[in-house]
Ligand binder design. Structure first.
Ligand SMILES: *Cc1c(COP(=O)(O)O)cnc(C)c1O
Length: 216
């Protein structure tokens, strides 16, 4: 089923939308099946899981980190990942920059926006995004490529719409600022139950797990 699911979603996505297959908890064989259907980007939440999958599958696909990154895991993360979608503090960005410097790599990153302003969630508050990005733009070994948001968990995807809308407006506003070394190219939002709404609101990167791999 994984192959069929992935093919169907790939064929239905509008042009220009990047699909990240969110693979937490899946085996390398399951991920390989998605890859055989044409999946080009794998999203991982946990470093060890990502390392195992990467060892099995390698760099025929791109690897995106979509979990919460801890400082002591950055050294491993920068070796595996092509993009880290969840940067939300100077501290973590600085460590990514430092570790990338040591291995002569430039890391693509997205800034995670806490669009629901939820105290227990990760991500930078919407009103603090500009300040953070200006600071991070000076780091030599990272390239800021856009924004990512989760939004609050909603039964009904329509209820997520305001959070996607707000993130898109932050994205456009940052684009207008034209900050040196900052590209507002990718807007990563929407999951299995919400990606269609997210695309309507301007997402050009969606992260889909369940609809590809089945229930966890
Ligand atoms: C698991 C996960 C997804 C995918 O969620 P599904 O509901 O399984 O599609 C997307 N983004 C992040 C950050 C995730 O952890």
């Amino acid at each position: 089923m994984i192959k069929e699911n992935a093919s169907k979603i790939l064929s239905e996505l509008p042009k220009g939308i990047e699909l990240v297959a969110a693979a937490k908890g899946r085996t390398s064989a399951e991920i390989q099946e998605a890859v055989s259907a044409g999946i080009k980007i794998i999203g991982e939440n946990y470093i060890q899981e990502a390392q195992n999958a990467f060892d099995a599958i390698g760099n025929t696909v791109k690897w995106h980190f979509i979990g919460h990154l801890q400082r002591n895991k950055v050294k491993k993360a920068v070796k595996v990942f092509d993009m880290i979608e969840t940067v939300d503090s100077f501290k973590i960005a600085h460590e990514i920059d430092r570790q990338c410097g040591l291995i002569h790599k430039t890391m693509y990153i997205l800034i995670e926006i806490n669009s629901g302003r939820e105290a227990q969630k990760f991500g930078v508050m919407p009103e603090e995004a500009l300040k953070l990005i200006k600071e991070l733009s000076k780091l030599k070994n990272i390239n800021i490529m856009g924004l990512m948001t989760m939004g609050p968990m909603m039964e009904d995807a329509q209820e997520a719409r305001p959070y996607f809308k707000e993130t898109k407006s932050i994205f456009e506003n940052l684009r207008k600022h034209n900050i040196e070394n900052v590209k507002m190219q990718y807007l990563s939002m929407g999951m299995s139950n919400s990606y269609k709404v997210a695309i309507e609101e301007g997402a050009n990167m969606v992260r889909i797990g369940t609809a590809i791999f089945g229930e966890r």
